[in-house]
Ligand binder design. Structure first.
Ligand SMILES: [Zn+2]
Length: 427
């Protein structure tokens, strides 16, 4: 196979989408490929193919005439060992306090649950979200190739020619529908596809255009997006962990009525753009408080320490305060391994992907659990969707504690992460 774009002077320029073309060619039994020098690194990810990188048409002729010398590239085959053990640029231990939020993020990352962070400006929502990739499990060989293919098509592959770490995409709220979902006359992947196998983070959720958010519903549910053009149908994967952040009202301080003077109407208007079906895509929601001064300063006096402990008793019960990304990632990877083993005969990998039938099998409750869920169902006026989301999150919490059975403590924690006061109508 010969790939490349030739200039009028005979030089060969790099092109987009080499990796998926090489994968397909290998499937078809092609053994050798001549391609642009710039693209040889990504092509070398595929082990079964001989790759010849060239810079000009003359080099192609020389190769075909068997006059090749060292100026023509034969890249070394690539390994998939990612750089383990290197110091992380960002780490959860940089975020002081925020035990509830960190706990929610740990659970969400372990079961790939979609997470909504709400809280006043400056409470650290973006700080928290941007650290999520540091605790996501390492990508498998298949996942690395899958994600690298997408970046190859989009022309966004890094110099290494390979995506080793899970993507984190944070598009601005002014983004258009086609930039978010993918589009163009020859369709290119949008942000939701660029975030495949990683995190799509929507900061300032209420500022996004309502119709743009609505369009996310289907690809989030189906984990792929279909773009229809007169030239054909194009499908891009979109299996992402959706994380969003918002201010609960215009001033941002609701439900803290010492500060917030917004009326019920203001709040309804502020959140009005977010439809209930869209909010239903979130499995968990957590309110992020501004950290206490003592937490920021890092020297909690004994009496304050006791007070803080009482406030966050339930969160701290599970959470060792200054746990960093390395420890959190280890816990996430353990839970991912549990899920992988449990779902090996099913087309799913994470608890968040359980369908109704699978839930009957894997989320069975005992008598006590059933009673608790009945109470929650009646008290919080849960929808059927809300009910199953609590069960899925509880499944992940049970897995974090290596418990085969879902117990009442797991259920009640899952209910807590669904019971945000300001969203009670939405949920
Ligand atoms: Zn307010």
């Amino acid at each position: 196979m010969i790939l490349g774009e030739m200039s009028l002077d005979g030089s060969i320029n790099g092109i987009c989408g080499v990796l998926p073309m090489i994968c397909k060619a290998e499937e078809k039994g092609i053994k050798c490929c001549i391609l642009p020098w710039e693209n040889q690194k990504e092509a070398a990810l595929i082990s079964g193919m001989k790759i010849i990188g060239v810079r000009s048409l003359q080099e192609v002729i020389r190769f075909i005439n068997r006059e090749a010398d060292e100026t023509i590239g034969f890249p070394e085959k690539r390994s998939f060992v990612s750089k383990k053990g290197t110091a992380l640029e960002m780490d959860f231990c940089d975020v002081k306090g925020q035990y509830m939020a960190k706990r929610a993020i740990l659970i969400a990352a372990a079961g790939r649950h979609n997470l909504l962070l709400s809280g006043p400006p400056g409470s650290g929502k973006t700080l928290l979200a941007s650290r999520i990739p540091t605790i996501l499990p390492e990508m498998s060989r298949e996942e690395i190739i899958e994600v690298s293919k997408i970046y190859s098509v989009a022309g966004l592959l890094n110099e290494e020619g390979c995506m080793h770490s899970r993507p984190f995409r944070a598009p601005h709220h002014t983004i258009s529908q086609s930039a978010l979902l993918g589009g163009g006359s020859i369709p290119l992947p949008g942000e939701i596809t660029l975030a495949h196998q990683g995190v799509l983070f929507l900061d300032e959720l209420t500022k996004f255009r309502g119709n743009v958010l609505e369009c996310l519903r289907q690809p989030l549910e189906e984990r792929q997006i279909t773009i229809i053009r007169s030239t054909g149908i194009c499908r891009f994967p979109s299996d992402v962990m959706l994380v969003a952040a918002l201010n609960p009202c215009k001033c941002g301080y609701y439900p803290d009525r010492n500060v917030c003077r917004c009326t019920e109407n203001d709040i309804m208007h502020h959140l009005g753009k977010l439809s209930r079906p869209f909010l239903d895509r979130f499995d968990m929601a957590v309110h992020v408080e501004k950290p206490q001064y003592e937490e920021l300063a890092g020297d909690i006096r004994p009496d304050v320490g006791r007070m803080l402990q009482r406030i966050r008793e339930s969160a701290e019960e599970h959470y060792i305060p200054d746990m960093g990304s390395r420890d959190m990632k280890k816990m996430v990877e353990e839970v991912v391994a549990i899920q992988k083993k449990r779902y090996q005969k099913f087309p799913i990998c994470y608890n968040s992907q359980l369908d109704a039938k699978q839930m009957k099998q894997f989320c069975r409750l005992d008598e006590k659990g059933n009673q608790l869920m009945k109470k929650a169902y009646e008290c919080y006026d849960l929808s059927a969707r809300g009910y199953s989301k609590i069960l899925r999150v509880a499944r992940t919490i049970a897995d974090l504690e290596h418990s085969e059975e879902i117990q009442c403590s797991h259920l009640s924690e899952a209910i807590c992460f669904r019971n945000l006061e300001f969203l009670s109508n939405g949920f």
